[in-house]
Design a protein around this ligand. Structure first.
Ligand SMILES: Nc1ncnc2c1ncn2[C@@H]1O[C@H](COP(=O)(O)OP(=O)(O)O)[C@@H](O)[C@H]1O
Ligand SMILES: CC(=O)N[C@@H](CCC(=O)OP(=O)(O)O)C(=O)O
Length: 306
């Protein structure tokens, strides 16, 4: 062995050492990961996602997965001859469509993710927001052009009970949650946007971070004209930007805002198309995507969190 080889750390060892301060910092902390339907584009990505989540669990963190499934719902509605329509960024959900939303999210997408995670051991347990009153909602009527519009069985979260999730975490499990809620008023089940559900759960659980995996690199400053990603912004900066945002980014960035305002130290939007983006973000110095931070406290240096 040459002298140089003997005294230089191997690249793989350097990567592990770089992870050390992050492992220490995140040990025992809850991390809520939202896996968007658009990020579940191929089998390799889904398998890599499952590896990352199990890695976090084995490294001493407490991951909680909230999944979406917009494209999968759209495909099933089309098969049944039903139209997909969005208003104010939310799916118009008739009672008939609600049955399909519930079947696709809880019966297909969630089952697949639980299966992939459990290839690594008896870790994942699937549930919906209906279970143990985890997410309670009321009918959401968005305001469009000054009027409240009825978009059917779309839920607005009224309360979160974290008991069942905390019991699973204490038992070493990985909760995998579908964004469906029950109403205490009328007993109906409601379709909740998965970004919104993930953000509300992150705040209620006192998570260390919220990670939203999607099919873009992060929040683009001037979408769709440019692909320049905003790497960091404070909640006040985000609040000013919100009225300019469109489509899928609206619930995502509103969710990040809600989570950070609710006490979650950071919320991030990451490119779910990049394999192992979760590990890169949590365990390396190389921040990717967009990070939302609290406003700096006057007199302290700006945003040092990762
Ligand atoms: N400013 C923006 N930056 C990035 N993406 C944006 C922006 N505005 C709108 N989008 C759109 O939001 C989409 C992501 O939201 P969505 O389709 O709901 O994904 P998911 O299924 O992951 O929740 C992107 O693919 C992009 O088309
Ligand atoms: C009310 C509402 O719009 N609910 C969403 C729930 C699924 C979701 O949010 O999936 P993504 O994260 O993949 O977009 C829907 O029906 O598509």
């Amino acid at each position: 062995m040459s002298a140089a080889r003997k005294h230089t750390a191997l690249p793989k060892a350097q990567i592990l050492i770089e992870a050390l301060p992050w492992l220490t910092r995140h040990n025992g902390k809850i991390v809520v990961i939202k896996f968007g339907g658009n990020a579940m584009i191929d089998e390799d990505l889904k398998a890599a996602f499952a590896q990352d989540v199990v890695f976090l669990r084995q490294a001493g963190l407490k991951p909680v997965v909230v999944h979406g499934g917009g494209p999968q719902i759209k495909a099933q509605l089309a098969k049944e001859g039903l139209v997909s329509e969005f208003k104010a960024g939310l799916r118009v959900t008739t009672p008939e469509a609600m049955d399909i939303v519930r079947m696709v999210l809880a019966g297909q997408v969630q089952r697949e993710l639980v299966g992939l995670l459990n290839q690594h051991g008896p870790l994942a347990v699937g549930m919906t927001g209906e279970d143990a009153h985890t997410i309670t909602a009321t009918q959401h009527k968005p305001e469009i052009e000054g009027e409240l519009v009825d978009i059917g069985r779309v839920g607005e979260i009224t309360s979160i009970d974290t008991g069942a999730i905390e019991a699973l975490l204490a038992d070493g499990r990985i909760p995998v949650i579908s964004s469906i809620a029950r109403s205490a008023d009328d007993g109906h089940v409601y379709n909740v946007n998965a970004d919104t559900a993930a953000a509300a759960l992150a705040a209620a659980l006192g998570a260390e971070t919220l990670m939203v995996l999607t099919d873009v690199e992060g929040l683009y400053a001037d979408w769709p004209n440019s692909d320049e990603v905003i790497s960091r912004l404070t909640v006040s900066e985000l609040e000013k930007l919100l009225p300019e945002l469109s489509s899928g980014m609206v619930p995502k960035m509103e969710g990040c805002l809600h989570a950070v305002r609710g006490g979650v130290p950071t919320a991030r939007v990451l490119d779910g198309r990049v394999q192992h983006s979760i590990l890169l973000e949590i365990f390396t110095d190389q921040g990717i995507g967009t990070m939302v931070l609290p406003d700096p406290v006057p007199g302290t240096p700006r945003g040092g969190a990762q």
